[in-house]
Design a protein around this ligand. Structure first.
Ligand code: DQA
Length: 149
């Protein structure tokens, strides 16, 4: 069974209460429940994590290298600013999928630069809470493709 971790950065614990027109009505707990259900049906063991602290996120990324087959990350505002998270992702050899609920290309200029994109296998942005499910399906497709080779 593949072990997958989803890491969420600052302010994502406020989903459902924060800028609903941009981020939607689902809380992070709703998203976690949906991801857990989908992971069960895809036969993944899922860990779902959120922190507002850069150092806790980095510690979790370090733990990923030993314990997980893939990382899905929504680093929130740290996406645009954190060289430290960028450097920690460089240590990983597993697939990294970057997700954002909102479509960053349509937003303010400062959100259009991501320090995570260059290190990700791919990025999914703009489909609201479904970005997490799309990322999980992508992993399933990538891994089944590799098994068939
Ligand atoms: C976000 C986009 C970021 O720019 C923002 O700071 C967030 C959420 C998204 O999911 O769309 O906190 O990562």
């Amino acid at each position: 069974m593949k072990k997958v971790i989803i890491i969420n950065g600052p302010n994502l614990n406020m989903l459902g209460k924060r800028e609903i027109d941009i981020y939607g009505r689902e809380s992070l707990k709703d998203i976690e429940n949906k991801c857990k259900n989908l992971s069960d049906s895809l036969n993944f063991k899922l860990t779902f994590f959120q922190s507002n602290s850069e150092s806790e996120i980095i510690d979790k990324i370090h733990a990923t290298s030993k314990n997980y087959s893939a990382l899905i990350i929504n680093a929130g505002a740290f996406t645009h600013t954190s060289v430290a998270i960028h450097d920690s992702l460089k240590i990983l050899s597993c697939p990294i999928i970057e997700v954002h609920l909102s479509n960053l290309s349509k937003r303010e200029k400062f959100r259009q630069k991501s320090l995570i994109t260059p290190l990700a296998s791919g990025s999914i942005s703009g489909f609201g809470h479904q970005v997490y499910n799309i990322a999980l399906y992508s992993l399933k497709l990538i891994w089944s493709d590799n098994e068939n080779k």
